[in-house]
Design a binder for this molecule. Sequence first.
Ligand code: SF4
Length: 181
Amino acid sequence: MKRSKKILIVCHCLLNANAKVYPLAACSGVYRDVLDNHIESGVGLFQLPCPETGYLGLNRWGMTREQYDHPRFREYCREILTPCLHQLTAFVQAGYQIDGVIGMDDSPNCGVTRTCSGFCGGEISAPGNVARQQQALAMVAGRGVFMEIFAAMLADAGINVQFRAIAENLESTESVERRSE
Ligand code: SF4
């Protein structure tokens, strides 16, 4: 049997940078410098859906955690994660090993150790509002909305995995993996 029976869960844009908000893609398609070693080790890659592209499409602005943190968006995350949980549960029941999750730090959704905060509200064209939004923006410790929900769903399913992430603001594809406790 050739299969490793090992699975690494990755956020969508690690395998498809085209999903990212303009101009945040740090590579043309696949973050190979992040994933090549994992691929060489023999893991299978389980690609999560991109909640932002599915919910708002590709013409979305970069937004903060506060803007995504509302009941309908949370419900949407649970909807798109439910089939993922079904598949992951099937793998675990069949004796496969989940090698962890790699998210995207600084994302309001896929951040693992750090997420994007600071919405101050109002009409973007109002005088001074762009500057106020920029001043309010901060990267803060904590999970993004989507990863928070995913972690809770994994826990409910009795699947214990370690979360780690690369940083979203990398200008090259040089990457670091940061682990959450
Ligand atoms: S970090 Fe998450 S929400 Fe943002 S583009 Fe990647 S998969 Fe989509």
